[in-house]
Design a protein around this ligand. Structure first.
Ligand SMILES: C[S@@+](CC[C@H](N)C(=O)[O-])C[C@H]1O[C@@H](n2cnc3c(N)ncnc32)[C@H](O)[C@@H]1O
Length: 258
C-alpha cells in the first residue's frame, strides 16, 4: 500500500470541521445518500467511505446501523472522525491510506467518495486506479456512489470568488484565494489561516489545495474500463436533473455487475 503523499488537511483539518464545510457532508448524510438508496432500492450492510475526511458521513452511516470503514490520507482528519465516533458511541474502522492504492481484506456492499475528494487526484492514472481499486473492494451487485466538481465548476463557478473571507471568528480568520490553470485543468486554492496566538498576536498558516477537473467522457470511460455499469448520472442528486454544461458538480452511481 502506497504511503499517503498528501499535504493538505493538516493544519486545516480542525478548521474544516469547525467551519461551514461540513454542512455539505450533513446534507449528503441526511438527504442525498438516503434518497439514492431509495432510488436504487438498495439496503447495504457494509460501507467503505473513501476520503472520509473528518468522518461526518461515516459516523452518520454507522448510526444508521451500517458496518462502516472510513479511509482517508489525512491523519488529522481521521483523528477528528475517531473523536466523532466516540462521542456518537459507534464503531467505525478508520484507515489511513491513499485511495488510489489501498488494499483491505474486506469487501463492501457500497463504496462512497463525496465532496470533491476525487478531484484531489491530479493524475488520470490515479483516478483510474481508484476506480479499479473500488471495483475490487465491492461485492458483486454493489454500488460505488460519488460526486466530483466538473471542469465548469472549477474553472467558472469557483473563479467567481477569487478571494473569499471563508471564516471570521474572534480567534480565527480564514481566507481563500483561487485560480485556475487551463492547461493542466487544475484549480489551485490557497487556504490562508490566521489563529490567535499568545498575547493576542496572530499566527499564520497556509495550505495549497489543488483540484483537477475531469471531462465526463473520460470519467465514464475509466469507470467502464474498471468494469462498472453506469446507473445514474445527475447534475443534482435529489432533483435528479441531468448533468448539464453548466453543472458545477456531477453525481455518479455505478454498479459492479452481480
Ligand atoms: C473536501 S474533503 C471531503 C471529506 C469528506 N468526504 C466529507 O464529505 O466531508 C476531501 C478529503 O479528501 C481526502 N483526500 C484527498 N486526496 C486523497 C487521497 N489520494 N487518498 C485519500 N484521501 C484523500 C482529504 O484528506 C480530505 O479529507
Amino acid at each position: 500500500m502506497r504511503k499517503p503523499r498528501l499535504q493538505p488537511y493538516r493544519h486545516f483539518a480542525k478548521h474544516y470541521h469547525a467551519g461551514n464545510y461540513i454542512q455539505f457532508s450533513h446534507w449528503i448524510s441526511q438527504e442525498v445518500f438516503p434518497h439514492l438508496l431509495t432510488l436504487l432500492n438498495f439496503s447495504p450492510h457494509s460501507l467503505l467511505d473513501l476520503a472520509c475526511g473528518s468522518g461526518v458521513f461515516a459516523v452518520s452511516a454507522a448510526q444508521q446501523g451500517l458496518s462502516v470503514t472510513g479511509l482517508d490520507a489525512s491523519a488529522d482528519m481521521l483523528a477528528i472522525g475517531q473523536e466523532l465516533a466516540r462521542e456518537a458511541n459507534v464503531q467505525v474502522a478508520w484507515v489511513q491510506a491513499d485511495m488510489s492504492s489501498f488494499s483491505l481484506p474486506a469487501r463492501f456492499d457500497c463504496i462512497t467518495c463525496f465532496f470533491d475528494s476525487l478531484n484531489y487526484l491530479l493524475k488520470v492514472e490515479d483516478l483510474s486506479h481508484t476506480f479499479q481499486t473500488a471495483y475490487a473492494h465491492l461485492n458483486p451487485g454493489g454500488y460505488f456512489i460519488f460526486d466530483m466538481n466538473t471542469i465548469y465548476g472549477l474553472a467558472v463557478i469557483w473563479q467567481r470568488f477569487p478571494y473569499n473571507l471563508a471564516q471570521d471568528q474572534p480567534d480565527y480568520m480564514e481566507f481563500t484565494e483561487v485560480s485556475y490553470d487551463y492547461e493542466l485543468e487544475i484549480a489551485n486554492m490557497r487556504v490562508i489561516m490566521f489563529e490567535r496566538g499568545e498575547k493576542r498576536t496572530w499566527v499564520k498558516h497556509e495550505e495549497l489545495h489543488q483540484e483537477r477537473g475531469y471531462h465526463i467522457e473520460d470519467v465514464l470511460l475509466l469507470l467502464s474500463r474498471a468494469g462498472f455499469e453506469l446507473k445514474h448520472l445527475f447534475g443534482h442528486p435529489i432533483q435528479e436533473t441531468p448533468l448539464m454544461e453548466n453543472s458545477g458538480r456531477m453525481w455518479v452511481v455505478v454498479q459492479k455487475p452481480a
